[in-house]
Design a protein around this ligand. Structure first.
Ligand code: PRX
Length: 642
């Protein structure tokens, strides 16, 4: 019987062939983490070796100082497996959403040519090393090609999730001052064509964008500005299939990826070339046991860090085949995802607990006929996985045979930092495991003391941190210092996650300690939702909390102060409209309450904690510090009468 609290270990068969099978690696790495990472870094191709492994001036740090690298050289002609061994191997399988449309496969050789052709097209448009390029593409091969083309040229890609609103795109384009935006006419989602170009046009208005490159994907009618817009297909028509890689310094800016900020303004996390490549390569090899014959399916969109690292860079650096699926995993039938695993012989499946809970909801009956014989490893990411979902995934998908690695990391860390290694284990439901070799973490209480076993505290990273950890927030050094290097001092990286350890030292992530909420694995902040709501002419104040959701883990609930003449229904619709327009459909609230006032302290601080307890029905605690305790009863009544 599978049970919570049990420890699971890899099968003998898995262990026999695993990339890493001895615990000794942890000890060796901890003796001298910098040396350890340097040894790993030597497993990649560098144009010039580094002079110093790690350089630190708290809170700043650098990795592989002076080393010269290009990640695309490591993916293609200088791949560690040898170009001859992978050139004709399939790098990418792309499955479109419509079932009557043909899939596309590209070998490493073919993908290399496409990347070079598009890199040359970008060059012709004036794109050079260090220039920022906005990518607002759905899950289509061109998303990968354009990211790799930027990397080839040393241009900085900023990928914006295609379901983000035009306004969310605009903020990112403005911040990066990108002159080029790459988008598509449209894409398929649940049987409908989404007109992406309209959003892209709106997002690019009043920014520095000079040219918009458009991939023809859905053949839908789109607005066209002949002065500014260019078809991707025309740009690459006669382009050369060769393009020399830009020689990048290890610490050169590689990409910027935005993540939610508290006040409504997203933070552009800055990632650099050398450290990111090393971490992407090795975490893939050791955590997913990645090898050339693997068909790796990471379900994340490239618009998120998981898509960057584990749909694209890590599997390709390891010479594996990556599978990208345009649509939703339960469309047109609930078992589409299971069909795809069988159709392509997926060997490693990496997804989020929200998807797992959704599959579970459809019932085990639905997938009974699938044997998943090719699967050999499962992964989970993005939000805490509860024991029930863990055990279901392990049993029904992994058939009790596949190691299940729950991987903890963040946009900021670039790659996975805490997990069990599949050839070693143990795997324990709802626990992520141990820090990756060479990663040092601590769990600290409010006074900065190390928490005892079982006690929850702040999870922090100790030097030398991680090669792939962010080096800054784009154009906002103050925010960088304040967010990551002040709560627990300048010397440790503050993750904003609470966690505890069990007696084996395995780590369980409890959740965020800041105002971030994880909705279906997507990271949002209550602050950014509130900023969108408060942009309403007649709403000055609102509070958003995360409430439990059976499928999505958490969902936003809105409490908006409104004293005007419109009906509650009208106001609710307007709030939904504002959130949709300013952030996107992923942020839509599960509940909206129109209230007269919010519980506040005498100094005016909104007590979100009380709102949360009102929702969950927990004891409210001491209300004597509230300036307006009478609002609590009123809100309670509003929630009750829902
Ligand atoms: O709270 C943690 C949660 O997701 C946060 C990072 O979100 P994001 O930057 O969007 O990156 C997600 C993909 C790496 C973390 O601070 N989180 C991520 N993985 C896990 C997790 N919580 C629990 N278990 C995980 N495996």
């Amino acid at each position: 019987m599978l049970k919570r609290g049990d420890l699971y270990y890899p099968t003998k068969e898995f262990k026999k062939n695993a990339c890493v099978k001895s615990k000794a690696v942890y000890k060796q790495a901890l003796k001298n983490p910098v040396k350890f990472w340097e040894k790993l870094a030597k497993g990649l191709f560098w144009f010039k070796p580094w002079k110093k492994g790690f350089l630190r001036k708290p809170p700043y740090f650098q990795w592989f100082v002076g080393g010269k690298i290009n990640i695309t050289a490591n993916i293609f002609d200088k791949n560690q497996l040898g170009w001859g061994a992978i050139k004709n191997k399939i790098a990418l399988i792309w499955e479109p959403e419509p079932i009557d449309e043909e899939a596309i496969t590209l070998t490493y050789g073919e993908l290399f040519k496409e990347v070079n052709k598009f890199a040359n097209a970008l060059k012709k448009l004036g794109v050079r090393k260090g220039d920022r390029v906005g990518i607002y593409l759905p899950m289509i091969p061109e998303a990968i090609i354009s990211m790799l083309a930027c990397a080839r040229l040393g241009a900085v890609h900023t990928v914006v999730f295609s379901a983000f609103s035009s306004q969310a795109l605009k903020v990112r384009l403005k911040d990066t001052e990108a002159k080029i935006l790459i988008t598509a006419d449209g894409y398929w989602r649940r049987g409908k064509v989404i007109n992406l170009k309209e959003n892209a046009d709106e997002g690019a208005r009043d920014t520095q964008v000079e040219k918009i490159i458009v991939v023809k994907r859905a053949n839908n009618e789109i607005p066209w500005n002949s002065q500014r817009d260019l078809w991707w297909q025309n740009l690459i028509k006669d382009g050369s299939e060769q393009c020399e890689p830009e020689i990048m310094d290890s610490e050169d800016l590689f990409f910027i990826l935005y993540t939610s900020g508290s006040t409504g303004k997203p933070k552009g996390t800055v990632h650099t070339c050398g450290g990111y490549a090393v971490q992407a390569y090795w975490t893939g090899k050791w955590i997913f046991d990645l090898r050339k014959d693997d068909i790796f399916w990471c379900t994340s969109d490239p618009g998120w860090i998981t898509g960057h690292t584990y749909t694209i860079y890590s599997p390709l650096l390891n010479g594996a085949t990556t599978l990208m699926f345009e649509g939703a995993p339960d469309f047109p039938t609930a078992d589409r995802w299971a069909q795809l695993i069988e159709k392509y012989g997926v060997t490693i499946f990496y997804t989020a607990p929200t998807a797992i809970r959704m599959f579970e909801r459809y019932g085990a009956e639905l997938i009974k006929k699938y044997k998943f014989k090719t699967l050999r490893l499962l992964g989970s990411v993005g939000e805490p996985i509860d024991e029930t979902a863990w055990l279901w995934y392990f049993k029904e998908v992994g058939k009790g045979r596949c190691p299940l690695v729950d991987t903890w990391w963040q946009t900021e860390t670039g790659g996975i930092l805490i997990t069990s290694l599949p050839g070693i284990g143990p795997f324990k439901p709802a626990f992520t495991g141990l820090p990756f070799p060479g990663i040092k973490v601590k769990i600290l209480d409010e006074k900065g003391k190390v928490c005892k076993m079982g006690k929850t505290g702040n999870l922090v990273l100790l030097p030398p941190f991680a090669p792939g950890l962010l080096r800054g927030i784009y154009k906002n050094p103050e925010k960088y210092l304040e967010t990551y290097w002040s709560q627990c001092g300048k010397k440790v990286y503050f993750t904003s996650d609470a966690a505890f350890k069990d007696k084996q030292g395995l780590i369980r992530i409890v959740g965020r300690v800041d105002d971030a909420i994880k909705v279906a694995g997507h990271r949002l902040t209550t602050g950014e939702l509130e900023a969108a709501i408060n942009s309403h002419d007649e709403i000055n104040e609102s509070a958003v909390i995360g409430i439990p959701d059976e499928i999505k883990g958490e969902s936003p609930a809105v409490f908006a102060v409104y004293r005007g003449k419109k009906t509650d229904e009208e106001i609710k619709q307007e709030i939904v409209g504002l959130i949709r327009k300013q952030i996107g459909p992923i942020a839509l609230p599960k509940e909206i309450f129109v209230v007269e006032d919010l519980p506040k302290t005498r100094s005016g601080k909104i007590m979100r904690r009380i709102l949360k307890r009102l929702w969950t029905g927990e004891d409210l605690g001491d209300l004597s510090t509230l300036a307006n305790p009478e609002t609590v009863e009123k809100i309670k009544e509003i929630i009750r009468s829902k």
